[in-house]
Design a protein around this ligand. Structure first.
Ligand code: PLP
Length: 394
């Protein structure tokens, strides 16, 4: 018996564990202190009522012979695929329903899509990075290159002609940095991908947070994007489906490599290993696109955005450099006084009782940076901002 040797190459991630242990220790030794967690990576607002109503109705359908659903289509029900296509169309983006593949979330798709590609391909990921991009490639022994994201490029690395990659991960708005590419910048990536016969794996999990029209919400907004990109989307962040689980990816018809259509390969892959997202959940997801669903989801997004604004204003007042916060739930800040990420973590916990996430947990380039999120309440976020202001005001 031989095991997958590449698992030995995975780096253990102690980031969230260490954060939890340090926070618990502090809480135990300081029971009188109120700790505010701005490291929360999960959404906290309840589901849009329209989604819950739709799921309840779909449950009731299961009580009748006529309404009962067994196995569904591997690629998702047409009602949801059409609703997603309409959502793209509203933004002037042309995506056909048959190019959309529904799943249990973007994380699964991002990992599973790698089944389509040879191990010998080279992968380019940004640093700092959502760790799933790296680990899913390391698990199958693929070579990973890093595109340096730093203060100089505003944490939005651009293509480097000297680097040759086959698979390019772009996450915009980005986790963890909150930085988002403009359409102009993405044109450069599309140009690079086409020139190098590379494929862009575009993670649009946070597209709903984008309000600035200069920023991109889909790689398919870019001319030529359809020729070289797969897009991954999720109902987790726009509608709070992190626990419900639903997402989708888009494989345009144009993606044909060595005579093979990628969407055919993906359907073959999904129909072999996956039996489709549950009907009840897909009804809930479709309700996100109803008038009520859109309004309710927008309320939650506005709630998080207000928190991001509160944190942003606090950092502006202190003159601390940061990215994100406007078109993203994440704020990525430079630790004051040249502190290291963990040094700042300890100081913030001990002196302000505020918990965030040390940037170096997301990669080398995260050293000296720190992630705060907007998923706590208005009250707690405002209090945390006040404490930080009091501590760091010069
Ligand atoms: N992509 C990014 C960049 C994320 O940050 C996350 C979750 O935090 C996901 C994908 C996962 O989305 P899902 O809940 O649909 O699996």
């Amino acid at each position: 018996m031989k095991l997958n040797k590449y698992y030995d190459d995975l780096k253990d991630s102690y980031l969230f564990h260490t954060v939890a242990v340090k926070t618990a220790e502090y809480a135990k030794t300081h029971p009188d202190k109120k700790i505010i967690k701005l490291g929360i990576g999960d959404v906290t607002r309840p589901l849009p009522a329209a989604c819950v109503e739709a799921m309840k109705a779909a449950c009731d359908e299961q009580l009748t012979v006529a309404g009962f659903k067994g196995y569904g289509p591997y690629e998702g029900f047409d009602f949801l695929r059409e609703a997603i296509a309409d959502y793209y169309a509203e933004r002037g983006v042309s995506v056909a329903a048959h190019e959309i593949f529904v799943s249990d979330g973007a994380k699964s798709d991002i990992g599973n899509i790698l089944d389509l590609f040879d191990r010998d391909n080279t992968v380019l990921v940004p640093d700092p990075v959502y760790p799933v991009y790296v680990d899913t490639n390391v698990m199958c022994g693929r070579k990973v290159l890093y595109a340096r994201a730093d203060e100089k490029n505003g944490f939005l690395p651009m293509p480097d002609e000297a680097v040759s990659a086959d698979l390019i991960y772009i996450c915009s708005p980005n986790n963890p940095t909150g930085a988002a590419y403009t359409k102009e910048a993405l044109k450069e990536w599309v140009k690079y991908a086409k020139e190098h016969n590379a494929l862009i794996l575009y993670d649009a999990a946070y597209e709903a947070f984008v309000t600035d029209p200069a920023l991109s919400r889909s790689i398919f907004e870019i001319d030529g994007g359809r020729d070289c990109s797969i897009e991954f989307c999720s109902f987790s962040k726009n509608a709070g489906f992190t626990g419900v689980r639903c997402g989708y990816c888009v494989l345009p018809d144009e993606l044909v490599i060595n005579g093979k259509k990628l969407s055919d390969m993906w359907l073959r892959r999904q129909s072999t290993r996956y039996n489709g997202a549950p009907y009840i959940i897909q009804r809930g997801a479709a309700a996100v696109f109803s008038k009520e669903g859109q309004a309710q989801a927008a309320e939650n997004l506005a709630y998080y955005k207000k928190n991001a604004q509160t944190i942003g204003k606090c950092l502006d007042g202190l003159g601390i450099y940061y990215t994100g916060g406007v078109n993203s739930p994440y704020i990525w800040l430079k630790c004051p006084d040249n502190m290291g990420s963990w040094e700042f973590f300890d100081l913030l916990l001990n002196e302000c009782q505020v918990v965030g996430t040390p940037g170096e947990g997301f990669g080398e380039c995260g050293k000296g940076f720190f992630r705060l999120t907007s998923f706590n309440t208005h009250e707690n976020t405002a209090e945390a901002a006040e404490r930080i202001t009091r501590r760091f005001a010069k």
